[in-house]
Design a protein around this ligand. Structure first.
Ligand code: XIL
Length: 318
């Protein structure tokens, strides 16, 4: 194959990347050329988050960055997933423990109404709720849950659907990539939302994986399939594969990383309702992993934009 888009097209799926507004606006040609050539789906890495849109006051919205990214994807025929309407991280500073339940509801509603309506009909999907389940498989103890209980989740989907009735609405989370206590809890939550006729159309599995203990193809397939069996779309929404915990030399590490990417894309291939694989960035030059977990090489291209074995894993598995 000549590029990942061609490979993904054959499989009737999309291939996506997180897109950095900062790098895009620096006109880094290598970066931009790869986005245009290799991907037909993008998620803004940061600028779609609530705190990026309303970082000063609850009366001020700033959509300049998001608007310019939407222009870029439209010019290049790339589909877009908004990310993320309700998330406990990177929220505005006025969304904190001092706010009353009533005020918090008003703030969430105003944000969803304005933001989802602004791109109504223009984008493919929205991550409506992100990471609302805790690592202990109970609802995450965020300001949202503390003030509004789990009802805020259903309300966010309902509200987003009114503001933008065409766009697919997703729940998105990490460490739910195989069948485990946390993915069971998400499965129960999503089942309840569906039974309550809440407009939820899919689930995104982030897959921030560690090559030293990543799930098998079968483990990932079985999990994706049980969500698909709820009549939902599923996708791999933020994959990267850390290799620094592996004890071997770099060539061996890169080969194992390649296998892990291959397994994940294979799992998506095994599930008809898996509509996309999105990598959380594509060059090791720019990855959130370095800041969050320490130096690593988790993506598809080296820092100087050479394709790594992981790239060929994706091309192959589609
Ligand atoms: C990360 C970005 O990549 C970083 O630049 C930022 O500092 C923190 O957020 N789960 C998500 C993403 O849903 O939005 C996160 O992105 C990574 C974890």
């Amino acid at each position: 194959v000549t590029n990942l888009v061609e490979a993904a097209n054959k499989a009737n799926k999309r291939i996506g990347t997180a897109l950095s507004h900062g790098v895009l606006s620096n006109n880094e040609t290598d970066y931009i050329d790869i986005v245009k050539k290799e991907f037909n789906y993008v998620t803004p890495e940061n600028i779609g988050k609530w705190g990026s849109i309303q970082n000063t006051s609850s009366d001020v919205w700033d959509y300049d960055a998001l608007d310019s990214m939407i222009d870029f994807v439209e010019e290049n025929d790339i589909a877009f997933k908004g990310h993320a309407l309700v998330w406990h991280r990177q929220a505005p500073s006025f969304v904190n423990g001092d706010v009353t339940a009533e005020d918090l509801t008003i703030l969430i509603n105003a944000h969803i109404d304005a933001t989802a309506a602004r791109y109504s009909g223009q984008i493919y999907a929205w991550d409506v709720a992100n990471e609302v389940m805790g690592d202990d498989a109970n609802y995450r103890d965020s300001v949202f849950f503390e003030k509004l209980d789990k009802k805020y989740i259903a309300d966010a989907f309902t509200r987003a659907h009114v503001a933008d009735p065409e766009t697919k609405l997703f729940y998105n989370d990490y460490s739910i990539d195989n069948i485990n206590a946390k993915s069971d809890a998400v499965f129960t939550m999503v089942t309840e939302l569906i039974n309550a006729e809440v407009p939820i159309h899919g689930v995104g599995f982030q897959m921030h994986l560690d090559a030293s203990n990543a799930p098998s193809t079968k483990q990932m397939t079985d999990n994706l399939q049980r969500f698909a069996d709820l009549d939902l779309d599923v996708n791999i929404s933020e994959i990267d594969v850390r290799l620094s915990a592996l004890p071997w030399d770099q060539v061996t590490k890169l080969a194992i990383q390649q296998q892990v990417y291959h397994r994940a894309v294979n799992a998506c291939m095994n599930v008809d309702r898996c509509d996309a694989v999105t990598v959380w960035g594509f060059t090791d030059k720019y990855s959130w992993i370095d800041g969050e977990f320490g130096p690593d090489d988790p993506l598809l291209y080296t820092a100087d934009y050479q394709r790594k074995p992981a790239y060929f894993a994706i091309a192959d598995a589609f």
